[in-house]
Design a protein around this ligand. Structure first.
Ligand code: F6P
Length: 365
């Protein structure tokens, strides 16, 4: 009987997930004694009754590297450590089903698991590894906020989407002499915002790492409007916050959904700027999930493919408890425990911040 590696995608989707799945299947296909199966919607496919498991073979993954999303589905709610259950009164709570999961994986004849997911998913990987599961992590997120890897796949595609939006907004802003604000994703890091602001040539870029001073932004916009260039583009990261204030978010009451839902930073800024009466129209655009959808760019396809090949090779080497990571020019293995420890904020003395300042982009300080 062949050995089995189970693949799953967890957390928010991200361009490049399918390219990882395809690479794992193709690399495993070079070993005669391995087969690849996929769990539908992260670990739910294993935990659900009946189980939802699919065989992943060459036919199933042909050409999928160009597709966005994930052919095996994903979820960012619940999971084996916080499985939602409804009690008799109709109230929801969560239970730890990790032992149950490990038993079911044994029953399914699974020898190793490759968990493709962001920090939340890798925290689950670490817990399961500590319980004895043979697991390898593959990092994914458009936010690029994992410190163990130079880049995560999905990030460059999100930057393309955000830059394309800035390019389009420039033409309408210039035609109407307006200030246009565009809010982008990125959670607690400003990677997408800063890259799109530089690539698109924005006037102002607000990121979580630099709480903004509204007066400094106003001053910059005044200078620009007074110079006769009556339009400006402001890129705002969803995690941006004023010096005297907090991030804008909603809490979620969905069972098993642990994230706070960021969003509204652009609207908040719009209100603040409107109060200042700059004498020009101001509008906002929220890009939201557009940044996660669609075809991965070539860079992300390549990085995702490198991660997939390496992840399967780590299975062969039995380097369980490790996550693949990009450390230019190499794809390496790092202990998952270390990888989930440190958040990847943009360093204030980094080259990318220096570039933005060198281009006279106002960072709100
Ligand atoms: O982590 C990826 C991401 O898209 C963040 O940029 C964003 O804050 C969050 O996920 C949105 O999550 P959801 O899809 O659950 O609203």
């Amino acid at each position: 009987m062949k050995k089995r590696v189970l693949v799953l995608t967890g957390g928010g989707d991200c361009p490049g997930l399918n390219a990882v799945i395809r690479a794992i299947v193709k690399r495993a296909g070079q070993e005669r004694d391995w087969e690849v199966i996929g769990s539908i919607n992260a670990f739910d496919g294993v935990l659900n009754e009946p189980t939802e498991i699919v065989v992943l073979d060459d036919k199933k993954v042909a050409g999928i590297h160009v597709q966005g999303g994930t052919i095996i589905g994903t979820t960012n709610k619940g999971g084996p450590l916080a499985w939602p259950i409804k009690d008799k009164d109709g109230n929801w709570s969560t239970v730890d089903r990790s032992d149950d999961l490990i038993r079911k994986l044994q029953y399914l004849g699974v020898d190793a698991v490759i968990n493709i997911g962001g920090d939340g998913s890798q925290r689950i990987s670490q817990k399961l590894f500590e319980k004895g599961l043979n697991i390898i992590g593959v990092p994914k997120t458009i936010d690029n906020d994992l410190s163990a890897t130079d880049f995560t796949f999905g990030f460059q595609t999100a930057v393309e989407v955000a830059t394309d939006a800035v390019d389009k907004l420039v033409t309408t802003a210039a035609s109407h002499n307006r200030i246009l604000i565009v809010e982008v994703m990125g959670r607690y890091a400003g990677w997408i915002a800063l890259h799109a602001a530089i690539a698109g040539g924005a006037e102002v870029c607000l990121i979580p790492e630099i709480p903004y001073n509204i007066d400094k932004i106003k001053q910059r916009l005044h200078e620009r409007i007074d110079k006769g260039r009556g339009f400006a583009i402001i890129v705002v990261a969803e995690g941006a916050k004023p010096q005297e204030g907090t991030m804008t978010y909603r809490t979620s009451n969905e069972v098993g959904y642990e994230n706070i839902r960021l969003g509204g930073a652009g609207h908040k800024l719009l209100q603040e700027l409107k109060e200042m009466d700059l004498g020009v129209d101001i509008r906002e655009t929220i890009l939201g999930h557009l940044q996660r959808g669609g075809i991965p760019c070539a860079y992300d396809r390549i990085l995702a493919t490198q991660f997939g090949v390496k992840a399967f090779e780590l299975v062969l080497q039995k380097k369980f408890g490790h996550m693949v990571a990009y450390n230019f020019p190499k794809v390496i293995a790092v202990p998952i425990k270390e990888a989930i420890d440190k958040y990847n904020f943009i360093k204030l003395d980094s080259e990318i911040i220096n570039t933005a300042r060198g281009m006279n982009i106002n960072l709100g300080d």
